[in-house]
Design a protein around this ligand. Structure first.
Ligand SMILES: [Zn+2]
Ligand SMILES: [Zn+2]
Length: 143
């Protein structure tokens, strides 16, 4: 079995230091919020960060978010038909979207294994993937 779920808390200060970004309260707050939410859209991010630093402007949030994306600490998720979501960059993974509650889960896969399956079946030159699965999540199923 090469698929497993993963939830790891990452230290926002370490993330910033590793990327040589200055540790500021604004950046720490943004990372903290994204970390807690797992995946978040911009409206919710702004709302939550303002909850931590009420005086912060939307422009400052955008500016800091962009520098976090440029440093690859935060990833922007291309999810067809949905608002752009943000998450802390971690191992290559696939997403599962619940068609009922719209929740978004990470499913970690062994990237090499995963690519190999498609290489042998379809195209030997595949070297990357971007996969979103859709269905009904466990919570909704058990309701
Ligand atoms: Zn659901
Ligand atoms: Zn994810």
């Amino acid at each position: 079995m090469f698929i497993y779920m993963l939830m790891i808390k990452r230290d926002s200060t370490n993330l910033l230091k590793k990327s040589n970004l200055k540790v500021t309260p604004q950046r720490s707050a943004i990372l903290e919020v994204i970390q807690n939410e797992g995946h978040i859209d911009i409206e919710r991010l702004v709302e939550k960060v303002k909850g931590i630093i009420p005086s912060i402007s939307v422009a400052t949030i955008y500016k800091n978010l962009n520098s976090l994306i440029e440093s690859n600490i935060v990833s922007e998720l291309p999810l067809p038909g949905r608002k752009k979501m943000y998450e802390i960059t971690h191992n290559k993974h696939i997403h599962f979207v619940c068609k009922n509650c719209n929740s978004l889960e990470d499913i970690e896969v062994d990237s090499l294994e995963f690519v190999k399956i498609f290489q042998s079946k379809f195209a030997p030159n595949i070297d990357d993937f971007d996969v979103t699965l859709y269905g009904i999540c466990k919570k909704c199923q058990n309701k």
